[in-house]
Design a protein around this ligand. Structure first.
Ligand code: DAH
Length: 339
């Protein structure tokens, strides 16, 4: 009798899958109306000797079942913990990997380069560490010129000895560098980093970016410059962009202009960005001073040309409505992720 029940129990145990069915199993065998009690009822009807023998066997069987149920309980417990730990929601949306992208200043520079390339300009490069001659003298800024004041310029000891070098204060020295090696006619832009020794605030940085423009040929006039610069600003800021040239002074151009753009923020009604002037200062320009041609080794009055220098940071700030130039060099991901 016991053997039959033991076999059945073994089969039931195999089918066991969770806590609840374990409890059902306990009730089925050890409960008040369980299989073991059913056997006990029968044992009670036996003779004294047999009763003692079967009683012992039944007791041993009861312990056996209790042990097996205990072991199974342990197994079920570990299995359900594992299940909880390894549970995976395969319908959850995946985490997007971080993908790099261009810096807003680079985005604008690429646009600038593409516009000028389509107008026949080449993009060239030059050194950030300059001699004083290229940065100043060759551009008609003699030793006593105010722009050479210690306040504006970072001087760097020349490891080869001699006069200090400078971190270029503008991209204009590349006019000389390019003309020394090339004959007109040509048109180039030279983008790059420039450095000014000054305090920083929302509109000033000691490290900024400019691009120089230079076009030299036989019969170049201010009208050519105006046409190019109009086209450039309209392509960068849209057909409504309006430019004006304001008389100014630079040692390396004659005549010289300040280039203003009608404020794109307020349509010239006056706002904080243009300080209620309706116009934004975009950069300097002018007809190349013949002194500069001579510095580069050209013969005086043989060529004409225009030159200009614009701030890339400023162009990017206006394009993307950035109100603090320091954000462009700050490397703050909360800012950069927006582009
Ligand atoms: N180099 C000037 C500056 O950094 C900008 C400039 C003005 C460049 C007039 C030019 C120019 O080429 O013609 O302030």
């Amino acid at each position: 009798m016991i053997d039959k029940v033991r076999k059945k129990f073994a089969e039931d145990l195999k089918k066991l899958s969770d806590k609840q069915s374990l409890e059902d199993l306990r009730v089925k065998y050890l409960g008040r109306k369980g299989e073991l009690n059913k056997i006990l009822e029968k044992v009670k009807t036996l003779g004294e000797k047999e009763r003692a023998e079967h009683g012992r066997q039944l007791n041993a069987f009861k312990q056996e079942i209790e042990q097996l149920l205990k072991d199974s309980w342990q197994k079920v417990k570990t299995a359900s913990r594992q299940l909880a730990e390894e549970w995976l929601d395969i319908t959850a949306p995946g985490a997007k990997p971080l993908v790099g992208h261009w810096h807003p200043r680079t985005l604008v520079l690429r646009e600038i380069e593409n516009i000028f390339k389509s107008l026949g300009f080449s993009v060239v490069d030059g050194p950030e560490l300059e001699t004083q001659w290229y940065n100043f003298e060759a551009l008609n800024m003699p030793k006593d010129h105010p722009a050479r004041d210690m306040q504006d310029t970072f001087y760097v000891k020349n490891p080869a000895g001699g006069e200090d070098l400078v971190l270029r204060t503008h991209t204009s020295p590349n006019q000389i560098r390019f003309m020394e090696k090339n004959e007109p006619p040509f048109r180039i832009i030279v983008p790059g980093k420039v450095f000014r020794n000054e305090a920083t605030d929302a509109s000033h940085e000691y490290q900024l970016h400019q691009f120089e423009g230079l076009m030299v040929d036989k019969n170049i006039s201010v009208a050519n410059f105006k046409a190019i610069v109009d086209e450039f600003f309209q392509r960068l800021y849209g057909p409504k962009a309006k430019i004006r040239l304001r008389p100014s002074f630079f040692p390396f151009t004659e005549p010289s202009f300040e280039v203003d753009m009608a404020c794109v923020f307020c349509d010239q009604k006056g706002c904080r960005v243009c300080k209620n002037a309706g116009w934004l200062e975009m950069g300097g320009a002018g007809m190349v001073n013949q002194f500069v041609f001579e510095s580069a080794g050209y013969v005086r009055n043989e060529w004409q040309g225009f030159a200009f220098g614009f701030g890339i940071d400023r162009l990017a700030m206006l394009k993307y409505h950035i109100n603090d130039i320091r954000l462009l060099t700050g490397g703050d991901m909360r800012f950069l992720k927006q582009f």
